[in-house]
Design a protein around this ligand. Structure first.
Ligand SMILES: Cc1cc2nc3c(=O)[nH]c(=O)nc-3n(C[C@H](O)[C@H](O)[C@H](O)COP(=O)(O)OP(=O)(O)OC[C@H]3O[C@@H](n4cnc5c(N)ncnc54)[C@H](O)[C@@H]3O)c2cc1C
Length: 590
């Protein structure tokens, strides 16, 4: 199945929904020229369609192989990765001082959507490398940067992120991998990590692992975790590869989806311990890891958007071809394409609108992070950093839930053929499932939203955002455009519900924390569907002056009238169900 990047939708979301153009005009992007955005996305779209999309099914069918510690990727993977680095795609937002192109994260976010849509299992490898680059650039010593950063930026070497152990998943503080100090200033690591993405592969001649471990005298929990750089092959002073380090893939998982992405058990210490170099300070590993994880959480949100868009494109193509039954009101003999039936039209509209909302939220997160890194204005910087922090869990969890839901609907549009692997709809459904789980489950994201992001500064970041969204709704109202239908009224109600629910949670987050925690997941959904509705309305306001702009008004209207409208029910799910949830004891659940 072919893939075409939806460039117009992406540009609209970036420039207006996410506010890239106004941020550039306000001078927060330095000398970045927004004119180049379209050209970069066009080229990315071509690369994805020509090189990555054709390998998506091959990768799914072949998976990966492990033989004596070495992982072999699916046919075509090595060549595609070489073309990827030759084309400079690994270096889009990498630091210029280390050979990167220094483009905004927002541009890279749009590219990440494209890679994920065309071939999620492939795109996952550079997604993690990018997170590693961010952590090393922000926290690494000059010596480590000199040796490793340039090769990670170019993609000559890839990066992994190693937190998870059998007893330490969401509870990272429970990890046990040990790091011993050596007289030469290096460390020796011993332990086992599980579920490590691209922990080993044959696409590059070295892999740079970023491993969380605990020193012998470290305090318990997350306060006693340190981050180490552990190369697969040690690097000699002249940059050439030296001895094999004592870190090996000892197993690969058989999974529901992303078969072509190796998910490895990594063993350190069978040969005396893996040599590691400290990143940042001892016992400050969680701080460094958060730099990595925040980047990766946005990336995973974009996987949700990408997979949703791919599932939508495929379902639309199928619905235009597949003929069944007569559409009510048509004349003549024979069956009509199923796209003519209102129920299918509605499903497709829902798929497209939900994808567009998730896209705008992810891009808005990237723009906030960009501003926080690039602006020279201290007040703007602080506000943008708070906005980026607030939006990150929503971008991750809302967008990946949408990815799953849209992929589910994609199978449904295909009928029985959706259940048969040949169409590819089933692969999207399987691949999407992991996005709600890794990089912190969506439940953990919701808890982060309520207990940290909402509660930070007494809710000030949330209320500042609500004011901005209210101004968008005002524009819809004063447009008096009948094409918007009841969009303005529906979004107003949603905003009011979100504000009431935020205040309800703020009152309980310390006084009755279990009540606040019981409502975390519906609160995140309420937040995402209100925010998404307002961002789509903003895009529609910008697009409606263009010749093909009316369809964006229809999309925004559909979202407001069918999805944002669920806000009041979600409010009740938060405020009225805490008693039932917390009253349910283990015996009842059993
Ligand atoms: C394909 C794949 C690739 C992965 N890649 C990597 C990787 O590259 N690097 C890496 O380090 N890890 C990786 N992981 C691990 C992944 O990040 C974890 O699986 C994930 O964080 C969840 O941890 P867990 O599986 O131990 O689930 P658990 O932590 O056991 O969670 C089980 C359930 O309980 C909930 N839960 C847990 N704690 C709480 C709480 N305090 N409050 C409320 N609910 C809670 C969770 O939301 C979840 O629904 C990968 C996993 C997979 C399957």
């Amino acid at each position: 199945m072919t893939y075409r990047a939806p460039i117009n939708d992406m540009l609209l979301a970036l420039n207006y929904g996410a506010g890239l153009l106004s941020a550039v005009e306000a001078g927060h992007y330095g000398d970045f020229d927004a004119e180049i955005t379209a050209a970069v996305l066009e080229e990315a779209g071509k690369f994805a369609a020509d090189v990555l999309a054709p390998l998506n099914r091959t990768g799914d069918a072949h998976g990966v192989k492990l033989d004596t510690g070495k992982v072999t990727t699916a046919p075509g993977w090595r060549d595609a990765y070489k073309r990827w680095t030759d084309g400079g795609w690994n270096a889009v937002s990498g630091p210029e001082a280390f050979g990167g192109q220094g483009l905004p994260l927002a541009i890279n976010a749009a590219c990440t959507e494209i890679w994920s849509a065309s071939n999620m299992a492939f795109g996952l490898c550079p997604l993690l490398t990018l997170s590693a680059i961010e952590a090393l650039d922000a926290h690494g010593s000059e010596e480590l940067k000199k040796t490793y950063l340039g090769k990670l930026v170019s993609g000559e070497w890839t990066g992994t992120m190693q937190l998870t152990e059998p007893q330490a998943g969401s509870d990272v503080g429970a990890l046990r991998t040990r790091a011993e100090r050596m007289p030469d200033g290096t460390y020796r690591l011993k332990g086992t990590k599980i579920f490590i993405t691209y922990g080993d592969h044959d696409m590059t001649d070295n892999i740079v692992h970023f491993v969380l471990a605990r020193l012998p005298d470290a305090p318990a929990g997350t306060k006693g975790i340190s981050l180490f750089l552990v190369p697969k092959f040690l690097v000699n002073a002249n940059g050439s590869l030296g001895a094999r380090n004592d870190i090996y893939a000892s197993g690969v998982e058989h999974k529901l989806g992303i078969h072509a992405s190796p998910t490895c058990t990594m063993t350190m210490g069978d040969g005396g311990g893996a040599i590691g170099y400290l990143i940042g300070e001892e016992n400050q590993g969680m701080r460094c890891m958060f730099t990595m994880m925040n980047q990766a959480r946005l990336g995973v949100g974009l996987e949700g958007v990408g997979i949703a868009d791919r599932a939508y494109q495929q379902a639309l193509a199928y619905a235009q071809e597949r003929r069944q039954g007569r559409a009510v009101g048509t004349v003549g003999n024979g069956a009509d394409p199923i796209v003519m039936h209102p129920d299918i039209k509605r499903t497709l509209l829902q798929m497209r609108a939900m994808t567009a909302a998730a896209r705008s939220i992810c891009y808005a997160t990237a723009v906030a992070l960009d501003i926080s890194f690039r602006t020279k204005d201290a007040k703007v910087q602080a506000e943008a950093a708070a906005r980026g922090a607030l939006l990150t869990p929503i971008a991750k969890a809302f967008s990946t839930d949408i990815g799953n839901e849209v992929a589910y609907l994609g199978v449904q549009v295909h009928g029985g053929m959706g259940f048969i692997e040949e169409t590819g709809a089933a692969q999207h459904y399987r691949d999407a499932r992991i996005t709600s789980i890794y990089e912190g489950t969506n439940g953990i994201q919701s808890i982060d939203l309520v207990t940290r992001k909402l509660a930070a500064n007494g809710g000030a970041s949330v209320f500042a955002l609500l004011d901005e969204l209210s101004a968008i709704v005002k524009q819809v109202e004063i447009s008096n455009d009948p094409a918007f239908g009841t969009t303005g009224a529906k979004l107003r109600e949603a905003l009011a519900a979100l504000e009431r629910t935020s205040r309800w949670l703020l009152e309980r987050v310390t006084s009755a924390p279990n009540d606040a925690l019981a409502g975390a997941t519906p609160y995140l959904r309420l937040f995402g569907s209100t925010l998404g509705g307002c961002l789509l309305a903003n895009e529609a306001l910008a697009a409606r002056k263009e010749s093909d702009g009316k369809r964006y008004v229809t999309l925004a209207r559909f979202f407001a009238e069918n999805i944002s409208v669920q806000a009041t029910s979600l409010e009740k799910a938060v405020t009225d169900s805490a008693e039932a949830v917390n009253g349910a004891d283990a015996a009842l659940l059993g």
